[in-house]
Write a protein that binds this ligand. Structure first.
Ligand SMILES: Cc1ncc(COP(=O)(O)O)c(C=O)c1O
Length: 264
């Protein structure tokens, strides 16, 4: 008998974005003249820039000619792109090699899928509030208990990041195995300082934990001295995986292209 994965039934509130979508659609149909400012799912408002469009067109044309047809690409991504990404990290003071870069179909997918390589009894720490993908994928995998009336799951370690602590989450008081950090943060917008990140790297080393560092919004950091990659922190290569995306910089939302760095 086929049985449903009962962990899915713990997704009490459903995935946040479809729920926001349902409420917005209901409100809009009941108030057809209202101008709705959407602060839910992030999306770009401008079309793809011309150089990207041209590269897409060129890529499709190559696939239509015997001499340049490629078929499936290498599973880690084309070398030219991985090398350019590694150079970009190096220009930011982060030591990343091209064979440590995994090009993908979006960092939503990567931040959601990464948990599959870790044991089911791993303890997970997330900031609160948090990008819901990190939580929901661990719920579905069975690493959490049931949701309480506030939508917080048992067994998850929540680290508040609110105005009370200047959106700077404190280290967990006990041991955790996996720590999701996002900087610049969705949804708070806060950027973690070099000192704060160094503190997390030291904690991860001490606990044998892994930091899953989502820097999808790194391109928006313009203030000198702020860290863009966790690999700018000494020792971070031993304890962190970093996720980045083209969505936020190059108008790729809806196309999804991203990459993950897993240091050797
Ligand atoms: C923090 C964060 N990570 C990842 C993503 C997803 O990026 P992608 O479009 O590459 O899947 C988003 C987009 O909403 C995000 O806000």
């Amino acid at each position: 008998v086929a049985k449903i994965n009962s962990n899915y039934q713990k997704l009490a509130a459903g995935y946040l974005f479809p729920e926001i979508g349902r409420r917005v659609a209901k409100f809009a149909s009941e108030n057809p003249n209202a101008k709705v400012i959407r602060l839910g799912i992030g999306d770009v408002v401008l079309p793809l820039p011309a150089p990207i469009l041209k590269a897409f067109h060129d890529g499709v044309d190559e696939m239509g000619v015997v001499s340049s047809f490629k078929g499936y690409g290498p599973e880690q991504g084309y070398a030219f792109l991985r090398e350019a990404i590694a150079e970009h990290f190096k220009s930011q003071g982060a030591n990343v090699d091209s064979d440590e870069v995994f090009v993908s179909d979006g960092s939503k997918c990567d931040t959601g899928n990464i948990q599959e390589i870790f044991a089911l009894d791993s303890t997970i720490a997330v900031t609160d509030p948090v990008y819901p993908v990190y939580v929901d994928t661990n719920v579905m995998a069975g690493r959490t208990g049931a949701a309480d009336e506030n939508g917080r799951y048992g067994k998850l370690v929540y680290m508040p990041a609110t105005a009370d602590n200047n959106f700077d989450p404190s280290l967990p008081t006990g041991h955790v195995d996996l720590i999701y950090l996002c900087s610049p943060n969705n949804p708070t917008g806060a950027v973690m300082s070099r000192e704060a990140l160094a503190k997390w790297v030291a904690y991860a080393k001490q606990e044998g934990a892994v930091i899953l560092f989502d820097s999808a919004y790194e391109a928006f950091i313009t203030e000198p001295g702020l860290v863009k990659s966790i690999y700018e922190i000494p020792g971070a290569r031993e304890v962190s995986i970093e996720f980045r995306s083209f969505s936020k910089t190059a108008g790729f939302t809806g196309v999804r292209c991203a990459y993950t760095v897993v240091p050797k």
